[in-house]
Design a protein around this ligand. Structure first.
Ligand code: TLP
Length: 338
């Protein structure tokens, strides 16, 4: 048996998604003429309570477009010390936007807003000025943890007091909304731009939508072209995203329940520990007594794939293509490698 827990990005599209791809109504999206893409952009903008949306090939590109639109070279942006933008986007903000990244602390997925104001830089002859505050929800490197909507208002107030824009990396925002049972707007009403991804738990082959004001999206459209992200009859990729909005969102609750089962079982095993407080959505971070890369290899030899994030930490992500049987198989594999 093969149980792939490396990421929810490994999910395959459903037969209904494949049918929608084959039948999608298409046009040239660089001219704004793909009806399927337009429908998706409008629907996501509406869901997130923003004026307009832009379909992007990846979450990374959507984040980097937002940073480029909100800043100018020699600015600074504030990202948390564990953020995807800092760790996994190849210094994109420096390379693509000419800005530096300052980091604010995050622990166990929690941010203390009082830490932020003292990190905001005011531009002068020597210093870059902070232009943008970035948030991530759910938080990948903190274990899929949820930043509560109440906190978003606090971040908004800090940003307003210092004339900063706020961007939300909501690659897994649907996981947060399903876990807490609220609408996406509970979070996105407090930010100037947000990205949501379809290629994670929603199981689509590719695609993210960036939302914001009409003026922001107009500029974002230009930057997407600059980055080579202007695609043509891309309704073939947008079509499964529309299917996902109807069929894949509520299903995320199953991934969360399986992550909890996995976490609780592994936490009982010798040689491993799990901070169960951080298991809030579809991720499980396991602390390993043996070196994590060795555990990763031993599990891999038994058909259970996961990622060693550092010397003693493994990441497991649940998703549509791992069922209850797969979870029990993975738990048994952990029993044999501990
Ligand atoms: N994350 C991937 C890897 O890049 C680490 C994963 O397997 O989790 N924001 C967040 C919070 C993400 O987790 C990811 C993908 C992205 C942005 C980037 O999305 P893509 O892969 O579409 O560029």
């Amino acid at each position: 048996m093969r149980v792939d827990l490396r990421s929810d990005t490994v999910t395959l599209p459903t037969p209904e998604m494949r049918r929608a791809m084959a039948e999608a109504e298409l046009g040239d999206d660089v001219y704004g003429e793909d009806p399927t893409v337009n429908r998706l952009q409008e629907r996501v903008a509406e869901l997130l309570g923003h004026e307009a949306g832009l379909f992007c090939p990846s979450g990374t590109m959507a984040n980097e477009i937002a940073i480029k639109v909100w800043t100018k070279p020699m600015d600074a942006i504030l990202v948390d010390a564990e953020s995807h933008i800092l760790h996994y986007e190849l210094a994109g903000p420096a390379v693509l936007s000419g800005v530096m990244m300052d980091t604010y602390p995050i622990r166990g997925g929690r941010i203390d807003p009082v830490t932020i104001p003292s990190l905001i830089r005011v531009a002068d002859d020597h210093t870059p000025g902070t232009a943008l505050l970035c948030l991530e929800n759910t938080h990948n490197r903190c274990g899929g943890t949820i930043l509560p909507p109440e906190q978003m208002q606090e971040f908004r107030a800090i940003a307003d007091a210092h004339s900063l824009k706020v961007h939300l990396d909501g690659a897994r925002l649907w996981n947060a909304s399903v876990a807490l049972g609220g609408s996406l707007k509970a979070w996105t009403q407090w930010v100037d731009s947000a990205m949501v991804a379809f290629s994670k738990g929603l199981c689509c082959p590719a695609g993210s939508v960036l939302v914001g004001s009409r003026e922001f999206i107009k500029e974002a459209h230009r930057v997407r072209k600059l980055l080579g992200g202007g695609m043509r009859q891309v309704g073939v990729i947008a079509a499964p995203c529309l299917v996902a909005l109807d069929t894949m969102v509520e299903r995320l609750a199953e991934d969360h329940a399986r992550a909890r089962r996995l976490a609780e079982a592994i936490a009982e095993l010798p040689g491993f520990s799990v901070d169960l407080r951080t298991v809030q959505t579809n991720m499980v971070y396991v602390h390993t007594e043996c070196p994590a890369p060795e555990v990763e290899r031993a599990l891999g030899a038994r058909g259970v794939l996961c990622l060693a994030l550092d010397r003693h930490r493994l990441r497991l992500v649940t998703h549509k293509d791992v069922n209850d049987e797969g979870i029990e198989y993975a738990i048994n594999a952990f029993r044999t490698v501990g």
